[in-house]
Design a binder for this molecule. Structure first.
Ligand SMILES: O=C(O)CCC(=O)N[C@@H](CCC(=O)O)C(=O)O
Ligand SMILES: [Zn+2]
Length: 342
């Protein structure tokens, strides 16, 4: 199996990394460079002002984004997919793909912005997260010093059903305005719902947003399913828009209409503090189910976690997280018009 024959397969065959350096120039002038397993840089003959990162498999069982990236990559190699802008593809955690689990030892999406080196713990996921940070830094820096437009779409699927099927997490901007064109691009991807984080996190998208001023998002495209069980039609808008992002000067965007976007602001982030943590609703309760002020959401040791607002929606409930990690996010709807947009 050569690296360019089946990039995903080669990546999974070298699950914690590969020190080789592989290059190929396509007949259309596109340069392919492999920095590591799962790390592919594609560069068009003529540079533009955009640097794009598309990542998948930060969680190995979230297979639809992996299938999308696999197909875009193979089409680039086969010269079936044009490349207009420098793009870095990252298949973040191949070992977790191989075991068909969210992670092997530790949730990689809690290890960025240096969290991989805190707490005196070493494991392969921490080492890989540190390397991914370096690849992101190298990619953006090699783009050049002049004003560049940087993007990072970190593609995921959610564990639970969701009343709003596709949604993106907009990492904390530290007061900087939100980008209207990003809401439009997400909508073109079929993502009409955006959650605004109110504080820093140790996610991959926050790392790129905060360290490199990238327009970066965690994008939830649907529900976790095994390879081959995804209905690719459900992901067609996202795949088409990502292909346009890479392959066209500008992707096709719908006209901006605030009514078409559903924006939610973080209300509570509930981190599990005790071993005896339990959610006060069933495992099949979907993301975006709403609770009213005073309703019991969870019990953490002796602490009762209550909804603080009417119509407070639950996101990513998971009682099985490690101590100290997020077991539940809650959000409340805010008018799109209330956003500071540029
Ligand atoms: O469905 C779930 O419970 C988790 C889906 C998932 O992996 N979500 C990301 C969100 C990251 C963010 O908040 O930006 C995660 O939990 O890492
Ligand atoms: Zn995920």
């Amino acid at each position: 199996m050569t690296v360019f024959e089946d990039f995903l397969k080669w990546t999974c065959d070298n699950e914690w990394g590969h020190s080789g350096h592989f290059e190929r120039r396509l007949s259309n002038g596109t340069q392919l460079t492999v920095w590591d397993s799962g790390v592919l840089v594609v560069e068009p003959q003529s540079a533009t002002d955009k640097d794009i990162i598309i990542s998948c498999a930060v969680h190995g069982n979230e297979t639809a984004p992996i299938e999308i990236c696999r197909d875009i990559i193979q089409d680039i190699i086969a010269e079936q997919q044009p490349v207009q802008h420098r793009t870095l593809f990252l298949i973040a955690n191949p070992a977790s793909i191989n075991v068909e689990r969210r992670f092997v030892e530790e949730n990689m999406n809690r290890l960025f912005s240096g969290a991989h080196s805190k707490g005196g713990i070493t494991n392969p996921e921490r080492e890989r997260a540190a390397k991914l940070e370096q690849y992101v830094q190298r990619f953006y820096q090699e783009g050049g010093d002049s004003e560049r437009r940087r993007y990072h779409y970190d593609l995921h699927t959610a564990i639970r059903d969701s009343k709003r099927e596709k949604f993106a997490v907009y990492p904390f901007t530290h007061g900087k305005p939100y980008k209207q064109a990003q809401l439009q691009f997400l909508l073109a991807c079929g993502v009409d719902t955006v959650l605004l984080n109110r504080a820093p996190t140790t996610t991959f998208s926050y790392f790129s947003a905060h360290q490199f001023e990238a327009d970066a998002f965690t994008v939830e495209l649907g529900k976790v399913r095994r390879f081959g069980e995804n209905n690719r039609a459900d992901f067609a808008a996202a795949e088409k828009s990502l292909r346009q992002l890479v392959g066209q000067p500008e992707p096709d965007l719908p006209a901006f209409d605030p009514q078409q976007h559903f924006v939610f602001a973080e209300a509570q982030t509930i981190n599990r503090q005790h071993q005896d943590f339990r959610l006060n609703f069933a495992d099949d309760v979907a993301n975006f189910t709403s609770f009213n002020k005073g309703e019991l959401l969870a019990i953490d040791g002796d602490d009762k976690i209550l909804a603080k607002h009417d119509d407070e929606h639950i996101i990513f409930p998971n009682a099985d997280v490690a101590l100290g990690q997020r077991a539940l996010l809650t959000v409340v709807r805010v008018p799109t018009e209330s956003l500071d947009l540029v």
